[in-house]
Design a protein around this ligand. Structure first.
Ligand SMILES: O=c1ccn([C@H]2C[C@H](O)[C@@H](COP(=O)(O)OP(=O)(O)OP(=O)(O)O)O2)c(=O)[nH]1
Ligand SMILES: [Mg+2]
Length: 147
């Protein structure tokens, strides 16, 4: 169990904070904090504010992922999916949406535009070496096992 602190940013009292739409949902839906409806033309992208900032334990990250319904029905997805929210980021959480559909799509204030999933990030460190341990695969990759 990890505590996550959310801070609603000024002027967004009417925009819901992230919330799960079912008890065991992996993602917390994010709501658009646009001040007026935002029209995304086909092929257009926009950085959409979510109206809050947050703090989480250093061993976590949050991933911003598309909602499948918006992707399926309207071609709306996250350009940088999964977006990465670093544990030490204190700015407003934003969602980089792109319209891959063929029709303009209007994002209304308060609409659910993406979802946020928390993950544990293993504590690692990188070290430079002269030789790597051998493996049966070796340098094989990019389909070397066949179709
Ligand atoms: O979908 C996203 C992706 C990122 N961020 C915020 C939180 C994250 O901690 C910060 C930096 O993101 P990232 O490391 O992906 O971008 P960068 O281009 O490497 O920027 P920076 O140099 O600030 O790390 O931007 C968002 O609000 N939404
Ligand atoms: Mg970065």
């Amino acid at each position: 169990m990890y505590p996550i602190q959310l801070k609603r940013l000024p002027g967004n009292e009417d925009v819901a904070l992230p919330r799960r739409m079912s008890e065991a949902a992996a993602g917390f839906d994010l709501h658009a904090a646009v001040t007026e409806p935002l029209v995304l033309a086909p092929g257009e992208r926009a950085l959409v504010p979510a109206g809050f900032a947050m703090a989480m334990p250093a061993e976590l990250e949050a991933q911003i992922r598309p909602r499948s319904g918006l992707a399926y029905k309207h071609g709306i997805t996250c350009l940088n999916t999964p977006g990465t929210i670093d544990a030490d980021y204190r700015g407003e959480v934003k969602v980089l949406l792109i319209n891959l559909g063929q029709e303009p799509f209007t994002i209304q204030r308060g609409e659910r535009i993406a979802q946020m999933v928390f993950q544990r990030v293993p504590h690692v460190w990188l070290e430079e070496v002269d030789a790597l341990p051998d493996t049966p695969r070796g340098e094989g990759g990019f389909g070397h096992t066949g179709k």
